[in-house]
Design a binder for this molecule. Structure first.
Ligand SMILES: [Zn+2]
Length: 107
C-alpha cells in the first residue's frame, strides 16, 4: 500500500504543480498518526501514506494544501486563496478529511 500511495501522490503532484507554476517537489512518505502532510523549507513535501484510504478529492485537497505552502509558508488569507485556485471546494474536502480521519485503519 505504501508503494501504491507513492505512485498516486506523485501523479497528483505532477498534475497540480504546473497549475501553480511551481517545480515538482521531492516527495517523502510519512506515517504520523495525526498529520496528513507537511512542507519543508527546502521545498520538499511529506504526505501520509494512509491518505491512500481516502477518496481522491480528499487526497487532492492535501496535495493542493502542501503545494500552496511552496508559495505561502503560513495559513494566511493569501495562502487560502492559493489553495482555492487549485481546489475551489477545499472547505468541504477539509471537513471530509477530518470526518474520515477517524475511520482510517490504525496500521
Ligand atoms: Zn498547512
Amino acid at each position: 500500500m505504501r508503494e501504491k500511495s507513492r505512485g498516486v501522490f506523485l501523479g497528483r503532484l505532477a498534475h497540480y504543480a504546473p497549475l501553480l507554476g511551481v517545480a515538482m517537489p521531492a516527495l517523502r512518505l510519512s506515517s504520523a498518526r495525526t498529520r496528513w502532510g507537511s512542507c519543508s523549507h527546502h521545498g520538499g513535501i511529506s504526505l501520509n501514506w494512509r491518505l491512500i484510504f481516502m477518496p481522491l478529492p480528499v487526497v487532492d485537497y492535501v496535495v493542493c494544501h502542501e503545494l500552496a505552502h511552496l508559495k505561502e509558508m503560513n495559513h494566511s488569507p493569501r495562502f487560502w486563496s492559493v489553495v482555492e485556485q487549485l481546489c475551489p471546494d477545499w472547505r468541504l474536502r477539509r471537513l471530509e478529511l477530518r470526518q474520515l480521519a477517524r475511520q482510517i485503519p490504525n496500521l
